[in-house]
Write a protein that binds this ligand. Structure first.
Ligand code: TYM
Length: 333
């Protein structure tokens, strides 16, 4: 079945193995299937919900494009563009913020995590961020949205917003209710330093994540220093219970090899973690280093990266401007 794919990544620097395994690897597979129409967005409007240095932001936008291309997304086939280049995203987000309910947004766990204890000081954008995300998706009639597990709640909200808009304005099926596409094997990559925390760009310790721009030595060191427990490698899935660090490392290994937990566990049952870590390093290096080298090469050619965005903005605008015109008509503008 042909799918209309939409997904986004924030250009906030430090794209890591979690972004790759949770999202970008899936983007590449969807891009490679000729039946799909794919749109991959560098969500720069989302990035400014937290204070950004303008120079860094510009650099990070290009780095995100470079990461998409270096990972294997073909910018001729798929649309790669930056959100702020298409005005309809902001316009539609405002309209949808008059459809979405406070009660719905109050339930969003990511806002609570990101705002931390001092909610009063968080930007309004950080709070309404999932509404902008819904606008992104619904503008393009996306049928499927590949994301990591942490975005699941935002996608459920997007589905609710779409249904409410259709009901409120009596336009059945006008906004398409999208399906999330979340990796089945391992959709939440955890910190290398704490198996109960998500691998994240914002974590202070660089040792907690493998960045997609890390070199071989950095990857080997980070895996060597990754937290484990004093037990031997598990003999079966049951023995993984209550061992989040072991589960995370085996999950990363399994996901990079497109394998299953059962196969990975069988291979290392009862062995020392150090043996497993050596092989894990080899796998991570063999998958990530070619991407890391390509990102660095692409970053030397800003005009090439900018031309991808310009072309993407033009193609995305063609779709989005038609949809927003109909939306405005429906709303009564
Ligand atoms: P962002 O930029 O935080 O993350 C980009 C993608 O990477 C996934 N991800 C992870 N997956 C597994 N394990 C992890 N530790 C991990 N960390 C990040 C995220 O789930 C995401 O798929 N709101 C979104 C961006 C967005 C978007 C959209 C996505 C804006 N508009 C429309 C889909 C559709 C975000 O902040 O992702």
């Amino acid at each position: 079945m042909s799918k209309k794919i939409f997904s986004g990544v924030q250009p906030t620097g430090n794209l890591h193995l979690g972004n790759y395994l949770g999202a970008i690897k899936n983007f590449v597979e969807l891009n490679n299937d000729d039946a799909n129409e794919c749109i991959f967005c560098v969500v720069d409007l989302h990035a400014i919900t937290i204070k950004q240095d303008p120079k860094e932001l510009k650099k990070n936008i290009r780095e995100t494009v470079a990461t998409f291309v270096a990972s294997g997304i073909d910018p001729k086939k798929s649309i790669i563009f930056n959100q702020s280049g298409v005005a309809a995203h902001s316009e539609f987000a405002w309209i949808l913020s008059c459809v979405a309910r406070m009660g719905w947004l109050n339930r969003m766990t990511q806002f609570k995590e990101k705002a931390g204890k001092d909610k009063e000081k968080a930007s309004i954008g950080l709070y309404s961020y999932p509404v902008l995300m819904a606008a992104d998706i619904l503008l393009y009639d996306a049928t499927h949205v590949p994301v990591g597990d942490d975005q699941k709640q935002h996608l459920e909200l997007c589905r609710d917003i779409a249904q409410k808009f259709n009901n409120d304005f009596g336009v059945e099926n006008f906004l398409k209710v999208p399906e999330p596409l979340i990796q089945k094997v391992f959709s939440r990559i955890m910190s290398l330093k704490d198996g109960s925390k998500k691998m994240s760009k914002s974590e202070l310790s660089d040792l907690s994540r493998i960045n997609l721009t890390d070199d071989e030595d950095q990857i080997i060191t980070k895996i060597k220093k990754a937290k484990t427990d004093p037990l031997l490698m598990p003999k079966d899935i049951k023995e993984l219970e209550g061992r989040p660090e072991a589960q995370n490392l085996i999950g990363i290994y399994t996901s990079l090899n497109n394998s299953t937990f059962e196969t990975s566990i069988k291979k290392y049952a009862g062995k020392n973690f150090s043996d497993f870590k050596n092989e894990l390093s080899e796998v991570v290096v063999s998958k990530i280093i070619p991407i890391s080298k390509e990102i660095k090469k692409l970053l030397e050619d800003n005009s090439f990266l900018d031309s991808i965005l310009l072309d993407g903005v033009e193609r995305a605008n063609k779709i989005a401007s038609k949809k927003i015109k109909n939306i405005k008509e429906i709303v009564g503008f």
